[in-house]
Write a new protein. Structure first.
Length: 270
């Protein structure tokens, strides 16, 4: 597998943005998997980035479009999240929580940046403050509406593994995020484990899909519940997440994750 190399540059309105793109994309455009653009406020910012990136990529001899991942970090940007996610070059949106809190001029307490609060605390944290919750849900919903990846923010308690795993689990199960930022290599495995489907979920998905295949994708009954192509797609996505996060999958389904078989099974489930 080729190494994935990505770089974060300055915001599009920063004096160094053009020089960043010219140097990085112009010099290593063929090696990059994506470019991270922070503080995106609107679709116009995305268009500005695309124009600069494409000009530099052409110089580097890159033929395929370089995907952009963007950071949304202000109330106005969150308001425009659906438009930003709709842009064909945007691959993922990340939530810049700390800048989002700062942008409110003290109207949101600093406790809203925390993921672990004492039970006696009176102020809400990042998973309970209404403005933070709304922003996270808007970004996740925008991404899912346009087939993009919602990426959750870092946990400020970066050395607290339990807090980080709890935050990743909550972001995945309750807020719809499929990725999460880490700020140290030691965080990667705990985040993957927290966001991966459980062994019980994987076993259930395999059992349901086995029955679906036997029924040639017609509706079935499993444990007294109806399942059809809509739920089959969901359970196939469970297996995809299991595969991506290194979870064991029933031998009967491992062959589906070969590139050619994966494509044909995906067609059956459409």
């Amino acid at each position: 597998m080729s190494p994935r190399v990505a770089v974060r540059v300055h915001p599009v309105d920063h004096p160094s943005f053009d020089a960043d793109v010219e140097t990085i994309v112009g010099g290593a455009g063929k090696l990059l998997c994506h470019l991270m653009i922070p503080k995106v406020e609107s679709v116009a910012d995305v268009a500005r980035a695309v124009a600069a990136v494409d000009a530099a990529a052409k110089t580097a001899g890159r033929l395929d479009p370089l995907p952009l991942q963007v950071l949304v970090e202000s109330p106005a940007a969150v308001h425009r999240a659906f438009d930003i996610a709709a842009h064909p070059r945007v691959q993922s949106i990340s939530f810049g929580m700390m800048d989002f809190v700062s942008a409110h001029g003290g109207a949101i307490p600093d406790s809203a940046m925390s993921s672990t609060l004492d039970a006696s605390a009176l102020e809400p944290g990042q998973f309970s403050h209404p403005l933070i919750v709304r922003a996270k849900l808007d970004i996740a919903s925008a991404c899912h509406a346009h087939g993009k990846v919602p990426s959750h923010c870092v946990v400020t308690e970066f050395s607290d593994t339990a807090a980080m795993k709890a935050a990743a689990h909550k972001a995945s199960r309750e807020f719809g995020y499929t990725r999460m930022w880490s700020i140290h290599p030691s965080q990667i495995r705990p985040i993957l484990q927290a966001m991966a489907p459980s062994h019980e979920d994987v076993d259930r998905a395999c059992a349901i899909l086995e029955l679906a295949i036997q029924a040639q994708w017609a509706p079935i009954s499993y444990s007294g519940q109806l399942h059809d192509r809509a739920s089959y797609r969901y359970f196939w996505q469970v297996l995809e997440r299991a595969h991506q996060t290194g979870q064991p999958i029933s031998t009967g389904f491992q062959s589906y994750f070969q590139p050619s078989a994966h494509k044909s099974c995906g067609t059956m489930l459409n």
